[in-house]
Design a protein around this ligand. Sequence first.
Ligand SMILES: CC/C=C\C/C=C\C/C=C\CCCC(=O)SCCNC(=O)CCNC(=O)[C@H](O)C(C)(C)COP(=O)(O)OP(=O)(O)OC[C@H]1O[C@@H](n2cnc3c(N)ncnc32)[C@H](O)[C@@H]1OP(=O)(O)O
Ligand SMILES: Cc1cc2nc3c(=O)[nH]c(=O)nc-3n(C[C@H](O)[C@H](O)[C@H](O)COP(=O)(O)OP(=O)(O)OC[C@H]3O[C@@H](n4cnc5c(N)ncnc54)[C@H](O)[C@@H]3O)c2cc1C
Length: 667
Amino acid sequence: MQDGNGLDHLAGERAMAQFDLQAMKVYLAGGQREYEISTKMAQLVANDPVFSKEDRVRLARKDLYKNSLRKAGHAWKTILEKGLSEVEGLKLRHFVDEPTYTDLHWGMFIPAIKGQGTEEQQHKWLPLAYKMAIIGCYAQTELGHGSNVQGLETTATFDPTTDEFIMHSPTVTSTKWWPGGLGKASTHALVYARLITDKKDHGIHAFIAPIRSLEDHTPLPNVTVGDIGVKFGNGGYNTMDNGFLRFDHVRIPRENMLMRLATVTKDGKYVRSNKPRQLGYGAMVFVRQGIVIDASIYLSRAVTIAVRYSAVRRQFGNKDEPGELQVIQYRTQQSRLFPLLATAYAYRAVGFWMKSLYADVMKRLNDNDFSTLPEVHACTAGLKSITTSVTADGIEECRKLCGGHGFLCASGLPELYAAYVPACTYEGDNTILLLQVARFLLKTLSQVSKVRPVGTAAYLGNIKQLSTQNCKVSQGHDWLNTSVLLEAFEARSARQAAAVALRLAKGSGSEAEFQENTPELVESARAHCQLILVSKFIEQLQTGTPEGIRKQLEVLCYTYAFSQLIDNAGDFLATGYVTGNQIALAKEELKHMFDKIRPNAVALVDAFDHTDDYLGSALGRYDGDVYTHLYKGAFKESLNDTVVVDGYEEYLKPVLTQNLWAPHSKL
Ligand SMILES: CC/C=C\C/C=C\C/C=C\CCCC(=O)SCCNC(=O)CCNC(=O)[C@H](O)C(C)(C)COP(=O)(O)OP(=O)(O)OC[C@H]1O[C@@H](n2cnc3c(N)ncnc32)[C@H](O)[C@@H]1OP(=O)(O)O
Ligand SMILES: Cc1cc2nc3c(=O)[nH]c(=O)nc-3n(C[C@H](O)[C@H](O)[C@H](O)COP(=O)(O)OP(=O)(O)OC[C@H]3O[C@@H](n4cnc5c(N)ncnc54)[C@H](O)[C@@H]3O)c2cc1C
């Protein structure tokens, strides 16, 4: 066993690094200022015992939830007492690292009011929300309807005699179901409901409905509200009070309908603005763009644990070297782990780009320019889908890469997975979102002769060329050219999209035919998104990356692109753009990349700068002192509170002392 004396068991690994670690930390944080804020907030949380994560997986739901309320309250008090800025507050809550009601309050309730409320409404609600005098949630999904937003059943019927809307849940399936923070914490819900005026249904609109008393937090009259129940995994997402909500003819003032996109006048007249109705989905676009950086952070946590542990863990050996080999030396371990490391870097770079994309579309929307909205929707929906699916699978792969110890909660991985995996469903089921991308691709292709595609779809403007010319790689190093790689991803995506578009164009245009082709449509959407990820990683790399880290980032970029190419070799081959031999050459190049990553692997995960407190993992500790901490951790297990287990007298002793032959014994 290692000694646990505070030595750095990974010092030898760190000494091998060939890049400027500090510069990489700053790059990954998004800049010097962001780096400083992150470091300060991470330390603030790590040094405050109220934020301790100890024992989280052992707490019963009620205690877990109460504890998370305590932490959220303490976080808010800390923010106020220390006078933290909005950005610092956001970071502080990030490091507290527990899904809670404030995520939805700040992440969806406030953005939805900003996006859909008139200036007057923003002046009324935002100050209350900013000082947390009210707590809001985002109540869209219903028991019977989630993906299909247009199918929601909750009604908001205007009553001109009182100048009020009557909020009503007409059926069991219309019960609001899932909204985070709704179950127990929120005082207000941003409710998506069918607007009815004078018996006419105008479709889905947003309303602010008070649901709990600001005096004593009890539900308001005719409001039925509560938590929907325990969710997957220990700890995980169970700190969140996902809730249900029913209205029984509850009256709210007319002004509580968010009226930026459409208005109901005092006399009940419905007036639409000239803005697209899709702006009503703006809060979802906002959250989806943010999810890409989040995916990078979650994946980087799992990868940090798996890389550090793989450098500590030894198994077997060979006759050329003394002792057992670090498992990170094995090619199979590298081929499962290093692409995930590269993916975490890729998502970070693309996440930064997504932020600029979002800022750009917001600026345009303010100037009434809606031209890029469809492309931004496709991009945010598609990348949300791909990055969350890959990250959830990646966390699980990291657990397996840690062998048996990965299955222990002390590894931090089971809880990380349980907290993350719902990201594949919330904010849009990942298949539904890919189908949105596919629809966008079909529409873009159908108009390509008249409308030049823009942004991430611009390559479709070259569809003829991409459909005819083939990959020119003849030796391994020909692949070490970003233009060659980009063209391969563009050609594969363009050909997949064109093939399914052509098949649909030849048909009758029926919905049944569309449905029949949805597997191919989803595949073509995935190809388009993989192209965006590769191309934006390359683009980010080529724009102002500091010298001391460029080489390593290039290695990671090639690792990412080659592993995507190889994992999807079937698609690349089926389109006819590449040959089997060219794929084999890429495989060899990928192995060369693994050799370049290997001496830098531990430093590359150090660059993510996760504190031990934030990682919460005996396997991923910075000092690599894994075994001492696993062993010590076992003594904290509640089953070990007594030497002789509770239950021995009633259940074990009788078994051990009956001394009778079991009737079925063969002895
Ligand atoms: C930064 C992060 C910080 C904090 C986050 C905090 C916490 C995160 C944790 C949990 C949050 C979880 C919250 C939720 O889950 S909220 C609920 C989310 N629900 C969904 O995502 C539902 C998914 N469904 C939909 O989005 C839509 O129903 C739909 C599938 C897109 C279909 O829409 P619909 O109107 O019926 O129909 P279409 O006819 O298909 O589309 C019409 C038209 O509109 C375009 N479109 C669709 N969506 C958008 C959009 N968001 N923006 C812009 N445009 C959009 C669509 O492409 C189509 O265009 P056409 O040109 O073809 O007409
Ligand atoms: C942890 C968590 C937190 C959440 N937080 C919130 C929140 O704060 N506010 C809120 O309003 N909601 C919230 N939700 C709800 C979430 O947004 C929905 O669950 C999500 O949008 C998926 O919808 P659904 O559950 O109706 O899935 P469904 O649409 O019923 O999906 C079930 C299956 O059917 C498939 N499917 C459905 N339609 C089609 C189709 N047309 N073509 C092909 N396949 C299809 C899907 O791909 C999926 O495999 C949350 C959910 C979770 C799990």
